[in-house]
Design a protein around this ligand. Structure first.
Ligand SMILES: Cc1cc2nc3c(=O)[nH]c(=O)nc-3n(C[C@H](O)[C@H](O)[C@H](O)COP(=O)(O)O)c2cc1C
Length: 245
């Protein structure tokens, strides 16, 4: 990764920056969020849906491999001690890789690729066990960023609230100036949309590998940046994804 992430004074998207700052999660607003989650659990019983008076066409379900993998994707939150193999790691990261024509498997607005992928390897076979790594999409390879300690430590330190022992925690990180430079404020939107692409792609690879995983929306942004050694950069913590078996 080229090192162009140092803090900048000038922003192409001041309103997005403000929104980001206001939606940060930390130990001071964790209780507030916790109360909201409890209230939601008490009050929301049905999923809202739109109803039109007539349905003109009953669609057929596809019966192919992709449909089977799509059907299998689900959030699973119970992780037992499981050592991921190098082959499984290669499979999970593959969806983030670059193609020969320099684009990637995942689309990106203006091909600006504002999302970078990091991962905590809590329980994997081989020399990268217990390391925080950065994924190089051009070579489909991993670079060591930091030591990662135990899952329990990271879970508590970053406010994750994940139960059990996931083998890997993926973190999708934004370098949003890459996209706001071209699109201004709207680039902030594109970054968030792209994080969704990364999560869905990983969710499908997890389903293909018959592993389990869950997206992790609650992360103490600033604490996570320290683990990734990104604390002195403009990096934005987009979303986590715990994975294991
Ligand atoms: C942006 C996003 C953030 C999420 N964050 C969490 C989370 O922090 N903890 C959790 O247990 N599930 C989290 N989920 C998973 C949802 O709860 C889950 O997708 C939903 O309940 C539907 O279940 P399914 O994924 O099995 O279809 C998140 C999902 C999304 C899309």
């Amino acid at each position: 990764m080229k090192n162009s992430n140092n803090l900048k004074e000038f922003s192409e998207s001041p309103t997005f920056d403000l929104f980001w700052e206001n939606s940060k999660f930390n130990k001071y607003n964790a209780l507030q969020l916790s109360n909201k989650l409890n209230e939601d659990a008490r009050t929301s019983k049905t999923i809202p849906q739109l109803f039109y008076p007539t349905e003109e066409l009953q669609l057929k379900k596809p019966n192919d491999n992709l449909a089977k993998i799509l059907d299998r994707r689900e959030s699973k939150r119970k992780f037992s001690e499981y050592e991921l193999t190098e082959k499984q790691l290669g499979s999970l990261f593959y969806g983030f890789s670059q193609k020969e024509n320099m684009t990637r498997i995942i689309p990106s607005a203006g091909a600006k690729y504002p999302v970078e992928v990091y991962a905590f390897l809590f329980n994997v076979r081989g020399p990268l066990n217990k390391k925080v790594v950065y994924y190089n999409p051009d070579f489909h390879s991993l670079s060591i960023v930091n030591d990662c300690g135990s899952f329990q430590e990271v879970n508590e330190h970053c406010g994750l609230r994940v139960e059990g022992n996931p083998s890997v925690l993926f973190v999708f990180v934004g370098f949003v100036e890459r996209v706001t430079k071209k699109y201004g404020e709207r680039g902030g939107r594109f970054f968030l949309i792209e994080v969704g692409h990364y999560a869905q792609t990983l969710g499908l690879r997890i389903a293909q590998e018959k592993l389990c995983g869950v997206e992790v929306g609650g992360i103490y942004d600033d604490e996570m940046k320290k683990h990734l050694k990104l604390e002195n950069t403009n990096a934005l913590i987009g979303l986590g994804f715990a994975c294991g078996n």
